[in-house]
Design a binder for this molecule. Structure first.
Ligand code: 5GP
Ligand code: MN
Length: 344
């Protein structure tokens, strides 16, 4: 990762201490990195920097598998716009500082997009995605050669720590969680700085066994049965190494799949030697949501940007097709995937 400059850290420190009402906002359909980076930063601002009014906002709720993080002393500060519209909008209206974490353009904030755009608060971006909308922010921490936004927040917090203070354990655990989920438990996007972070956090006393137990050993039976169905009956692989799984509404309701239950499935086909890109499609209301993963040499980001109105990282990206504007319905998706991937 690039060196964080003294100037940017000073600027950030000044903006935080000069602000009364602070909103941390992350992307729609938040994942472990969205939650971990927001919660880690919020707890640091409350416990170390003594900021009293810090809210965390996303358009929709954090997935259930993160309840060990979200049901903590910070739970009262978390607001989901789709569930508590007025409270969320009041918090943004009142804010004198908005920090956007783990997304690169306001559109990724879902229902919060216009509210952020219209706010006159000062805005800071802390993110690790490609192509950030930097001109919308007065201070930008954008780093793509890093595991996660949680890792970036960790390096920033180390520099923000007042003399003689240690990082608080609750922030440390949240940041370890976000880094762990975004690297798929150290399988992808691991840099020397990532291992340094992990090592320092374990040294500090972060209970990694507790985090791993919560993230990977608390699945529902339905999730594992759905995984079995997808891999055994649903997965298709083309001759040119494109794997795809299409999860329609009927299957989603048969397995009672909730948000977060399909986390990680898209990675599994990449373990097959001939597979160079894997696509998971999920039918949703008025849209089909797409997750893409690829091996080095094939760009998941390009596929998401060119064919699915999305983006992300070079090897891990996502997007969506609007129904019926982009595609008639899910029955046409297989032909669409075959068409767009035939020359990869
Ligand atoms: P996932 O497949 O885990 O949902 O997302 C993989 C990566 O792609 C994440 O970094 C995520 O932020 C990004 N991503 C997912 N969906 C979208 C989307 O609709 N638009 C953009 N620009 N990025 C997305
Ligand atoms: Mn992330």
């Amino acid at each position: 990762m690039k060196e964080l400059t003294d100037e940017s850290i000073l600027h950030l420190g000044h903006m935080i201490s000069a602000s009364e009402h602070i909103c941390l906002i992350s992307h729609m359909h938040p994942d472990g990195d969205a939650a971990g980076s927001c919660i880690g930063l919020a707890l640091f601002m409350k416990e170390i920097l003594d900021r009293k009014d810090v809210s965390i906002l996303t358009s929709d709720r954090f997935p259930g598998y993160l309840s060990f993080l979200t049901d903590s002393q910070i739970s009262g500060n978390i607001i989901f716009h789709e569930e508590e519209c007025e409270r969320a909008e009041d918090a943004v209206r009142k804010a004198d500082l908005i920090i956007c974490l783990d997304f690169n353009s306001f559109a990724r904030a879902g229902s919060l997009e216009n509210i952020i755009a219209e706010s006159r608060a000062r805005k800071i971006l802390i993110d690790h995605h490609l192509n950030p909308d930097t001109e919308k922010f007065c201070l930008v921490f954008s780093e793509t050669e890093i595991s996660s936004t949680s890792e970036l927040v960790y390096h920033i917090l180390k520099r923000l720590l007042p003399e003689g203070k240690r990082l608080n354990m609750s922030s440390a655990a949240a940041l370890m969680t976000g880094m762990t989920t975004d690297t798929n438990n150290f399988a992808n996007s691991v840099f020397p700085s990532t291992l340094r972070m992990a090592s320092e956090l374990i040294e500090t006393g972060v209970d990694r066994d507790m985090i791993i137990g919560n993230l990977y050993n608390r699945f529902t039976e339905n999730r594992i049965r759905l995984q079995g169905y997808l891999l055994y009956e649903n997965l298709k692989i083309t001759d040119n190494g494109i794997a795809y799984m299409i999860l329609d509404r009927e299957t989603i309701s048969r397995y009672a799949v909730t948000e977060g239950d399909t986390e990680g499935f898209v990675n599994i086909p990449l373990s097959i030697e001939k597979v160079k890109m894997s696509i998971l499609a999920k039918e949703d209301t008025g849209k089909i949501r797409i997750s893409i993963r690829s091996k080095k040499g094939v760009s998941a980001n390009r596929c998401a940007a060119e064919h699915f109105n999305g983006g992300g990282h070079e090897l891990a990206a996502g997007g969506r097709l609007a129904v019926p504007e982009d595609i008639g319905d899910i029955s046409g998706l297989e032909a669409y995937i075959l068409k767009i991937t035939k020359d990869i």
